[in-house]
Design a protein. Structure first.
Length: 187
């Protein structure tokens, strides 16, 4: 497979992640309308809690491996914002994996959600960095290296999907699916 094909696959996975997170949020909103739909939602949530948790773990692992491929396979040097997003994403692959195998859905929210929310916030800033710089009338963002500027996007697929967009998609899925998964019932 060519590098363009791999990048298209990453972009497609980001769109699937967005659709999966949006479907969960819309499902939750729709079920707020009636008791019957709420009961159906709780039944759906109890049945698919484990697969949702596994899906969040797989998304974190794919994001981690994808960023490593972009760095070492495509030789794209990460900027400072990319490093901060990695700091929030890489532990997710291990934390969610351990929590999945240990069946810990109670305390994992204390570890996973703050990292995912922080990483998502950094991704949003990174996506909008050029607009922020323009609004603040600055040429470079404080803390960003001049060797690898944060405002330059070395990879854009289909005209709008960038590396920070892909990272944000991963963080949104992790947040949504970790919140979706229910704690294990005590025996």
């Amino acid at each position: 497979m060519s590098l363009a094909g791999i990048n298209d696959t990453f972009a497609f996975l980001a769109l699937i992640a967005n659709a999966a997170a949006l479907a969960m949020v819309l499902g939750w909103i729709i079920t707020r309308r009636s008791e019957a739909s709420r009961a159906g939602w709780l039944d759906f949530r109890s049945r698919f809690s484990t697969p949702a948790f596994a899906f969040a773990w797989i998304v974190a692992a794919v994001c981690m491996l994808g960023s490593l491929f972009l760095q070492f396979g495509e030789h794209l040097t990460p900027c400072d914002f990319c490093w901060f997003q990695r700091i929030a994403m890489y532990p997710q692959a291990f934390i969610l994996g351990f929590a999945f195998f240990l069946r810990d859905r109670t305390f994992i929210k204390w570890y996973s959600l703050p990292l995912a929310i922080l990483g998502g916030a950094i991704s949003i800033i990174h996506i909008n960095l050029t607009s922020i710089q323009h609004a603040l009338h600055i040429t470079s963002f404080p803390g960003c290296s001049l060797l690898v500027p944060c405002s330059v996007q070395p990879l854009t697929v289909w005209g709008f999907i960038t590396i920070p967009y892909m990272a944000l998609s991963g963080f949104l899925v992790i947040i949504t699916y970790v919140l979706f998964s229910r704690e294990e019932e005590s025996e």
